[in-house]
Design a protein around this ligand. Structure first.
Ligand SMILES: Cc1cc2nc3c(=O)[nH]c(=O)nc-3n(C[C@H](O)[C@H](O)[C@H](O)COP(=O)(O)OP(=O)(O)OC[C@H]3O[C@@H](n4cnc5c(N)ncnc54)[C@H](O)[C@@H]3O)c2cc1C
Ligand code: SF4
Length: 335
């Protein structure tokens, strides 16, 4: 069934938007739930940056950790039980995760609760946490320090052409080192985007067929063909409102967003993960065996050879990025 309403949108809070993966819709909703005394469940990186995990947040400052996509499978632990305890105590709960995690939560709860509100992301798949750990250990060795912060979707270049920002702590020298790696050059992102390292269930995803979230958020890929005036280069979300509950929550945050209503077909045209699982590539059959036995450099050579840009593509990309940067500087100056 198609959603009730579909929008292109983003938060009017520029700082929060720049530290979110797309238009910061998650943060606007989460702040609203917390202001009403509710609890928010979302995903943060663990302290050692080797894994991602769910966390319960009840103060607005705590939302910083939940902001941004973490491109690896998150540990659920006892989160479903914590959510049930909150609901039984009469607390309002926002649960934000992938569609299959919401499917798991609802099956665990076994009944509907008025106080539960669920947001999922359009999700093309989650990479293996074991691959992420191997990548981090390799990066730490190469850069001579411990990874202390990671942003999978840094918008310093632009939202559409994002990269990984990694911060390493060299405790022996008392220094920090910051790296920016374009997603086209980062070997981990390439293994992810080529679909080699996803969970088996991602190639036949239950959440593409059974939608259980009240609201779905995603990047609005293809925005320039649908509503170019909604793209200032800082991140625009696609918002799919699926239930009456979702509509109610959305109405309560509407004044904090810049919005444009769009047709479903236009919204998802460049985002097939909304309705279709990604095909399982032949390399998936050997990838996990190789991951067990190969060093990361070997894995990188075999599965993440860099995308070669032609000179024409390079010039086109540079011109596009420069225009976007100028637009961003001008729009920030106006604020
Ligand atoms: C694994 C993954 C795959 C995705 N695939 C697509 C895609 O194919 N197309 C597309 O348009 N968008 C995809 N997204 C969604 C997109 O990257 C943004 O997260 C989304 O647009 C929300 O952005 P935001 O700015 O509103 O909020 P943000 O602050 O960026 O959203 C963060 C929210 O995402 C949740 N989250 C972050 N990491 C995880 C994780 N590992 N597991 C579960 N939940 C997580 C957090 O709980 C948090 O609530 C994917 C996200 C993830 C995590
Ligand atoms: S693609 Fe489907 S099964 Fe895989 S993590 Fe996303 S929602 Fe879950």
């Amino acid at each position: 069934m198609n959603p009730i309403k579909i929008y292109a949108g983003y938060s009017l809070n520029q700082n929060v938007r720049l530290s979110s993966s797309s238009g910061a819709i998650f943060s606007v909703i989460a702040e609203n739930i917390i202001s009403c005394g509710g609890a928010v469940y979302g995903v943060r990186m663990s302290e050692d940056c080797y894994s991602a995990e769910f966390m319960r947040v009840t103060d607005i400052d705590g939302l910083v950790q939940l902001r941004g996509s973490k491109y690896l499978q998150a540990k659920v632990g006892n989160t479903y039980k914590q959510v049930r305890d909150d609901l039984l105590m009469g607390n309002v709960v926002l649960f934000s995760g992938t569609g299959c995690q919401i499917y798991g939560l609802k099956n665990f709860l076994g009944k509907e609760y008025d106080g539960l509100f669920c947001i999922d992301v359009i999700c093309h798949g989650t990479p293996s946490p074991a691959l992420w750990k191997k990548y981090v250990e390799y990066q730490e060795m190469k850069n001579g320090g411990k990874l202390k912060n990671i942003n999978f979707r840094c918008k310093d270049d632009s939202w559409m052409d994002s990269g990984m920002k990694e911060v390493f702590d060299d405790t022996s020298q008392g220094k920090t080192k910051q790296l920016y790696i374009s997603k086209d050059k980062d070997s981990y992102m390439q293994m992810f985007l080529r679909d080699y390292c996803l969970r088996p269930s991602c190639y036949d995803c239950v959440a593409k067929k059974i939608k259980m979230a009240d609201l779905t958020i995603a990047d609005f890929w293809g925005i320039d063909d649908v509503a170019p005036e909604m793209n200032d280069g800082n991140g625009t979300s696609l918002i799919l409102i699926r239930t009456v509950n979702g509509m109610m929550v959305f109405e309560s945050i509407r004044s904090k967003l810049k919005l444009k209503e769009v047709a479903y077909e236009n919204g998802v045209r460049s985002n097939p993960a909304e309705y279709r699982s990604c095909p399982r590539p032949p390399q998936r059959d050997t990838f996990f065996g190789d991951m067990e036995t190969m060093a990361f450099e070997e894995l990188e050579k075999k599965y993440a050879s860099p995308i070669r840009e032609t000179f024409k593509q390079l010039i086109k990309r540079k011109i596009k990025n420069t225009i976007k940067l100028v637009i961003r500087i001008i729009s920030r100056g106006r604020e």
